[in-house]
Design a protein around this ligand. Sequence first.
Ligand code: PMP
Length: 358
Amino acid sequence: MQPKPNIVHLPVYQPGKPIEEVKRELGLSDVIKLASNENPFGASPKAIEAVQRELANISIYPDGAAVDLTNAVAEKLGVTPEQIIFGAGSDEVILMIARAFLLPGDENITADQTFPQYRHNIEIENGVVIEVPLKDGTHDLPAMLAAVTPKTKIVWICNPNNPTGTIVSHEEVDNFLSKVPSSVMVVLDEAYCEYIDDPAFPDGIELMKRYPNLVLLRTFSKIYGLASLRVGYGVGHPDVIRSINQVREPFNTSRVGQAAALAALQDDEFIARCRAANKEGLAMLRAAFERLGLPAFPAYGNFIMVDVKRPAGEVFDAMLRKGVIIRAGHKKYPTHVRITIGSAEQNAKVIAALEEVL
Ligand code: PMP
């Protein structure tokens, strides 16, 4: 049996090493994982209570359209429910966008380097990926605009960019959208937006209301701390959202996930606390990198990318032996590692380990 030729070369997704495996392999009792940009403070207690309540109903299919959650998010964002689509994580929204919009040969513009799931789903749909190098670790929007051709279908912008953590500003995105043909979809992935209070950071909703070709991606996996429940969403023009909805699987988000997200959305205090702690953690790591003479990219989300000035894989292995799992293996950045901002205690541990390793 032959699979589609365009998927033959795709790697099977390799998640970062799980904590339990590292403990077992290296005989360590205390291991922390700062590799997947999860929330070190877990989820809101309100979300956990909602999960416990919803367990009584897990034998019943969920509301596939996630109506209650959609209404709540729409109200919070100041959009209509017809402008929102939920997915099993924003990963699935990326998949659904590719599935609904890409024909074989359609060109897609992405940054190099950026979140790998754009390329993954473009390739599955037989689309063409045009990669535009980052400039100082940041999306080069003028160069991405210059790469647009009559074959361009989607431009994917990751803001802040994973793995570098850098952002493009409201003005830059507005300027880009004003020049790109309206037939080109622009996907703005804002997975980490709730961490950011910088006034230059784009107001995606405001832009989306002016540009019907703009689709935003958001998630409950990061600041809301619900990564394992797989709840993410897209926000866009009702026509675009309807097309995405047409390819959606019937029950793509779970009851438990929807209930948790609905409760998490209402706990502003938890979110504010996580945002403040993240800011302190970023400052702590930045100061440590400065002391160690390690250049880091400006970071806006809950992770920071730093140049350890030696092969990142070696530093990854050495950190692992100290019980700290970080992220290496970024092809464009062979001497950089990406570190998730942890709790104060975890941040102190990662700094101490780096000091010993380097
Ligand atoms: N976009 C970006 C930029 C991400 O970093 C991630 C998570 N690593 C995702 C999307 C996907 O997140 P999820 O599917 O958990 O919503």
